[in-house]
Design a binder for this molecule. Structure first.
Ligand code: ZN
Length: 136
């Protein structure tokens, strides 16, 4: 189900920022249902369809409502986020993971705010390469 990151890089290179009309987080294609890992009332966790360097446990967390900036999350969404955090702690089986938030539009991405979660054991060179690709 997961695909090579290069496919995503080429898509966003052509299309830039993906807005609400084509938002992959606001809809779920039938052939992508296997990517869904966990749901709460207000949040969803999916495996990244295009993981960095084939890191299988590269996952994405996002509110079910199309929210572009985290300051616009409502109280119910923020409270429910705690259930996501509990799930992720068990999912990674340790506390060895890290995350970062994407919610700004200067670079290629999806406007719908989302957190990337990655296992901690990534080599610095790999991470530098990931960031380099995001920011040109
Ligand atoms: Zn959306």
């Amino acid at each position: 189900m997961q695909k090579d990151r290069e496919i995503w890089d080429n898509l966003t290179l052509k299309n830039g920022i993906i807005g609400k009309e084509n938002c992959p987080f606001c809809s779920l294609a039938k052939d992508e249902e296997q990517l869904v890992l966990f749901n709460t009332k207000y949040w969803e966790i999916r495996y990244n369809k295009y993981p960095y360097g084939w890191i299988k446990k590269h996952i994405l967390v996002f509110p079910k409502r199309h929210v572009e900036i985290s300051k616009d999350l409502n109280d119910l969404e923020l409270l429910d986020l705690k259930n996501i955090h509990k799930y992720l702690y068990d999912f990674y089986e340790t506390n060895k993971y890290f995350s970062f938030l994407r919610e700004t539009f200067q670079w290629r991405s999806i406007k719908h705010m989302h957190y990337h979660y990655l296992p901690w054991n990534i080599q610095w060179d790999d991470f530098a390469s990931i960031l380099n690709k995001q920011w040109y």
